[in-house]
Design a protein around this ligand. Structure first.
Ligand code: FAD
Length: 556
């Protein structure tokens, strides 16, 4: 869009600037996404997805996100009279985004609609909101993921699920039981180690004669990372004598005072700026045990598993936003008498990004479907078990390179701080770190192969559902099956193996569900190696025009 110059500003005529991608429907105009919803049985939720897609793609939400990332949260440790306050103050734009994301039930849709496809629909809501504002996706994702962990104690689940699943965002600093809706956080990481949680030093002592799940404890120690410190509820880990256990605490006590925690400072982060992440100390924090004593990691891992799915979905959503921006910019900016996207080399770049994005979309949604079905189908539960960390690893690993390339499509504009691309770029590495770094999730894939060997067969069967559809994929799956035959020696090469698993499953899903143009491009490059180290290295002979048309917001 070219803005006409005002009289007297003839030297300031703005030409050949595409303008912002505003007021799109991030659901309805995303063809692969709508198709995935149909394939995985969630189209009964499409009216809600349409509404959320319009909201997330609106200029209003995009502007709120810009403001919330400009006016950052501030820690207020004390009030003006010197009393401890330990609260974080946010710009109104952040609160409005929280109200909107909770109002769209991105945290709760799967738990409040117990019917086939509900996890897929919830996954789409997360995919969409990760295109709106990532900072509010952190509390949303943790609130979503808390429910599986709370299932370890049905009484606690019954007590808190109604507030956790509420679509009302209630920012008041009062006890969770007095609120119309509750946000949930998790505080696990300590200074001496986040991956090795057995090194936890924080301790818990019983507050009464009662022991075990639901009993009261007092917790003393610290957490080096505690995002969303204004959470109404949070899960944490502490040692009882010498046994690591999981606990549930409220942010405030029933008498209105802050639970016994002190927020030391907020992290000055590379990205995810609108969201507060803190360092915290507990001084006899009131908490109740959640799950069996000594099984803290096993309890909290239920939350971590759901969070890992949400990060695979989240990074895929982030990349979809970067792709949409790149397609918009290159379609509307001209150079050398043509739109950028029509220049053969640029079309190769955008097509390569589109292939990557679509492969990750299908992978993420397939795992949301597996979670959906896992209660009634053991095969699906095993697929979810082994492949959620595969998807988490690969989606998060691809995000930084992907976003950097999409940013470059914008030329200099992409690198400037008032452009959305800059924010996406700073956000892109984060999902790869929290809830299991790259190495940790790869080791988790190997652990599931060793502890539950049937997962390997389940995975290969899923890949082979596309058998006969693409010769390269058939050969690749056979090679992978040979490599997975003995998981015992795979630790040093775990990244390579997990990457191959991600490629194989994405290829299978694309061959079965996408267009031949996308599936052929994926198999020729990711499986057959006719591909370079950078995006934009698709070989000749692929239908890049069809791939790019499919990736257009609004389709072609
Ligand atoms: C913005 C932000 C917000 C966060 N919010 C929270 C939060 O709300 N709650 C919370 O609990 N945590 C939070 N975290 C912490 C995060 O989960 C941890 O940083 C992460 O788990 C890694 O732990 P660490 O930093 O101690 O690194 P380490 O565990 O020391 O890992 C360092 C490196 O060693 C590698 N490594 C570790 N073990 C192995 C192994 N066995 N084999 C090979 N390599 C290995 C890792 O992959 C990593 O690359 C947050 C982090 C960030 C950046």
């Amino acid at each position: 869009m070219n803005v006409p110059s005002a009289p007297g500003y003839a030297t300031h005529e703005v030409l050949n600037q595409p303008g912002a991608l505003h007021d799109t429907n991030a659901y309805a105009e995303d063809r692969p996404l709508v198709e995935a919803v149909g394939v995985f049985g969630a189209d009964w939720a499409s009216a809600h997805l349409h509404r959320t897609g319009a909201l997330v793609g609106s200029a209003h939400v995009q502007d709120l996100a810009r403001q919330a990332n400009r006016h950052l949260p501030e820690l207020r440790t004390h009030d003006r009279f010197g009393h401890r306050a330990d609260i974080v103050e946010f710009h109104p734009a952040y609160h409005e985004l929280m109200r909107l994301i909770y109002g769209s039930s991105a945290h709760s849709f799967a738990w409040t609609h117990e019917r086939p496809g509900a996890q897929v629909a919830r996954g789409v809501l997360s995919y969409l909101w990760n295109q709106g504002e990532n900072g509010v996706c952190c509390p949303m994702g943790m609130t979503f993921a808390a429910i599986p962990a709370l299932r370890h104690d049905p009484a606690l689940l019954a007590e808190w699920a109604p507030r956790i699943n509420s679509t009302e965002y209630d920012p008041r600093a009062i006890h969770a039981a007095q609120k119309t809706g509750a946000t949930v956080g998790m505080a696990m990481t300590e200074k001496q180690g986040g991956s090795d949680l057995r090194a936890t030093l924080t301790t818990a002592r019983p507050a009464s004669a009662r022991r075990g799940s639901g009993a009261d404890y007092l917790i003393t120690g610290h957490k080096w990372f505690f995002s969303v410190p204004m959470s109404d509820l949070f899960l944490t880990l502490a040692q009882t004598e010498t046994r690591l256990s999981c606990f549930l605490a409220t942010g405030w006590l029933p008498d209105g005072s802050r639970n016994r925690l002190k927020l030391q400072r907020l992290k000055d982060k590379c990205g995810n700026k609108s969201n507060a992440s803190s360092e915290v100390e507990f001084h006899d924090l009131h908490a109740v045990m959640l799950g069996d004593e000594g099984r803290g990691i096993r309890t909290i891992i239920e939350m971590a598993h759901a969070t890992r799915l949400d990060f695979a979905i989240g990074s895929s959503g982030l990349m979809r936003q970067a792709l949409s921006q790149a397609v918009h910019h290159t379609s509307n900016r001209r150079a050398f008498q043509r739109s950028l996207i029509d220049l053969p080399l640029m079309r190769n770049v955008v097509a390569d990004l589109a292939v990557e994005s679509e492969g990750l979309l299908w992978l993420s949604m397939r795992l949301a479907a597996a979670l959906d079905r896992s209660g009634a189908d053991r095969t699906e539960a095993l697929l979810s078990r082994i492949c959620t960390p595969v998807a988490k690893y690969w989606a998060c690993k691809r995000a930084p390179a992907f976003v950097a390339e999409a940013l470059e499509c914008h030329g200099g504009n992409g690198f400037i701080a008032d452009h959305l691309m800059e924010r996406l770029y700073r956000e892109a590495p984060l999902n790869g770190i929290w809830e299991g770094t790259g190495n940790v999730v790869c080791l988790d894939v190997l652990r599931s192969m060793q502890r539950e060997p049937e997962t390997v067969g389940v995975f290969l069967d899923e890949v082979r559902q596309a058998r006969g559809g693409n010769a390269r994929l058939d050969a690749y799956a056979d090679d992978l099956a040979r490599r997975l035959a003995d998981p015992a020696g795979l630790e040093p090469v775990a990244r390579r193996v997990v990457e191959m698993m991600a490629f194989a499953l994405q290829a299978s899903l694309l061959v079965r569900h996408s267009t031949p143009a996308v599936a052929d491009a994926f198999c020729a490059t990711r499986l057959d190696g006719d591909w370079g180290q950078a995006f934009g290295t698709l070989p000749r002979g692929l239908d890049t025009q069809a791939i790019v048309d499919r990736a257009q917001v609004g389709g072609a």
